[in-house]
Design a protein around this ligand. Sequence first.
Ligand SMILES: [Zn+2]
Ligand SMILES: [Zn+2]
Length: 452
Amino acid sequence: MRFQNLARFPDIGSNSYLMEFGDTRVVLDAGTHPKHTGTETLPLFELLEPDSVDAIFVSHPHLDHIGGLPVLMQQQITAAVAMTEPTRESGSALLHNSVNVMKAQKQELNEPAYPLYTHSKVDEMERLWFTRSPGEVFSIGHKERIECEFFRAGHVLGAVGVRMEWRGKSVFYTGDVHFENQTMTQAADFPEGKVDTLIIETTRGEHPRSPEYSREGEKRRLGEAIAETIARNGTVLIPVFAFGKTQELLLMLHELREEEVIPFVPVHIGGLSTKMSQIADRFADIEGRNHRSFEVLKDFEELKILPRGHREPEFHRGHIYALSSGMMSEHTVSNRFARRILASEEHSLFFVGYADELTPGGKLLEAGKGGSVQLDSHHEHETPIHCEVDRFDFSGHSPRDQIADYAVRCDPETVILVHGDTPARAWFLEELQRRLPDSRIIIPEPGESVEL
Ligand SMILES: [Zn+2]
Ligand SMILES: [Zn+2]
């Protein structure tokens, strides 16, 4: 067996890995990198011979795992492409949205390679995807059969890890994982027992989680902060990722209303969030989901949906706005709406997800109340931040110790560390070398191959 790292950079983004089982070749994920542009966003697909891949697995529909799939499929036309049903539905919507973003960026960034694919290409490719549910054993490969199975990964609805077995050897790829329940998505349900090669994500390797942390406590802290803002007649803006975080947040607000922590005020959503919530609602009864049968668009009371084509919702005092994008990227609803919120100290801006330091959301968090931020690169002026700014930890990734514990339980011969910044992988390397002294722990360089 052989593993090859197809990620172009040694951090998170453009996640893609090749596994070779004899002559049978499987690509795990095909993401794009959010911090680069043009063909630099793609994994090292040029290292693959055209039409040499037997199968492609997509662990979940975040763009750092699926964004490059149409490009890879064009190069690997006979590869079978497998994912879960929620990943297929939301992945298609997110890829179509990414076509729109690339078209806008083509002008703005003067990026001739954009769009990397078109709407019709996405439609064409999508027809070739096949779906499997966790618990279904299936096989891939023409010359030799590799036995495969998906396992729920917790992270977002429909996210999975993949187990592959070949000639008595097993490989498990975690994808992005959370071993604890979130409000909507239940904890990962990974296989226990011996694994020969384990490929793990290392997102949170750099920072330990505080021992006092609990998701329930953090939810209450958010609820109280919202209640205080509304009590002073202020408005709350919560920038959220359209897929995953929006639905998690709405269910959390639903619980906070029921627990009477927050008052019963209208909640606005808009942009891509509406589309992604529609898709999530279709899977309201799926295995691995809490609040079974609760459809956010139908059952969440006083939900205000921004009509299609409207750039910004109407502003109301005392309301809550959960708008995408989560990092307040330029030209998104949350970015435009932020101007109203930043202007007054009665209002609040609360972050509930990751915001990269180079994005408007990340810069705003860094500057904090009393600072100033450039929301839009076309405006030279910085906008002063008068409102309350806070962040809450509802990460969809497992704390590092839980992933390390899982790795130890797998008793692997080899552990491959992926999906993490350099210091994050370094922590896992040290921790696992100590706890698994007989195992090989590897941080693969971009393009590097490892014989297994
Ligand atoms: Zn993810
Ligand atoms: Zn990821």
